[in-house]
Design a protein around this ligand. Sequence first.
Ligand code: NAI
Length: 329
Amino acid sequence: MKEPITVSITGAAGQIGYAILFRIASGFVFGEEQPVNLRLIEIEPGLPALKGVVMELEDCAFPLLNEVVATTDLDEGFKGANWAFLIGSVPRKAGMERADLLGINGKIFTGQGQAIARSASKDVRVLVVGNPCNTNALIAMNNAEGVPNDRFFAMTRLDENRAKSQLAAKAGVHNSDVTNLCIWGNHSATQYPDFTNAKIKGRPVTEVITDRDWLEGEFIKTVQQRGAAIINARGASSAASAANAAMDTVKSLINPTPEGDWYSVAVCSDGSYGIEKGLIVSMPIRTKDDGSWEVVQGVPVNDFSREKIDATVNELKEERDAVKDLIPA
Ligand code: NAI
């Protein structure tokens, strides 16, 4: 039996937590020969529900689940973590300005970044799901002294999956026929699902779907507004598909990317594509055979794309400026 890996999850008693824990414990993410320790982090009010979740994990008798710890203590929660899923955050309430939300959640991610630096494993990798996820990741990264920047990710995979599904439906193909779909920028309504470089069965999407107005208009809008549409329909946010996308992200990061393809995740910008260094920005990424990741270079950016990318990156700069007090110089 392999040594267990340790996976820490914040907001473990929440909706996404409930949709992700059991699949991680079953081996879906890290493989069917990889035992896992789960360290589940909640705030005090979430503890009773978390206790119930732990009881259910026990009742699954998962062969791969080695140990479960439930805690409100960040150092105990991130102890020895190889992977940390930062899911818990405070949702936007009526009357709350975006800046208030950034500030409230920002404070959560300073403490979590510091605790990850103190207590996690040296090889820790961190996926931020809790919104506003790009800026929360920026704060965690900047407060995790000693942890390299390339270990921090924010999730835009749900947007990628949504975009692929929309294109597949329009073209009448299966979603697995859609490749090379990059979400650029922020996980917000400014994100840009780049249809100009996406492919269907290896052909440019723009050759297969010739309705340019749809691509530039309804397609982009549908992807950007999909979260709100699901809340309207379901009366609750898109937790199962978000959990699924978080697992897809980690699987993409730990397995080599098929030749010629890429996936979307927000990473610390190295200045590629003229995007300011140090921001957490979604762009085309691939995982190499040695397990490290790289920004795919040379993806064409036409005028339409440039304008969209600049708009979403500008929003990220504004978010960064709004939380500058939480980012050590
Ligand atoms: P939820 O409200 O059901 O659960 C959140 C959980 O986090 C609660 O149990 C709460 O007690 C806990 N929590 C709050 N602050 C915490 C802290 N400081 N430490 C540890 N736990 C804490 O919310 P849900 O549906 O699970 O969503 C979680 C987050 O994921 C939200 O911010 C949501 O906006 C975001 N999200 C992100 C997506 C993405 O694509 N990046 C997609 C969907 C949701």
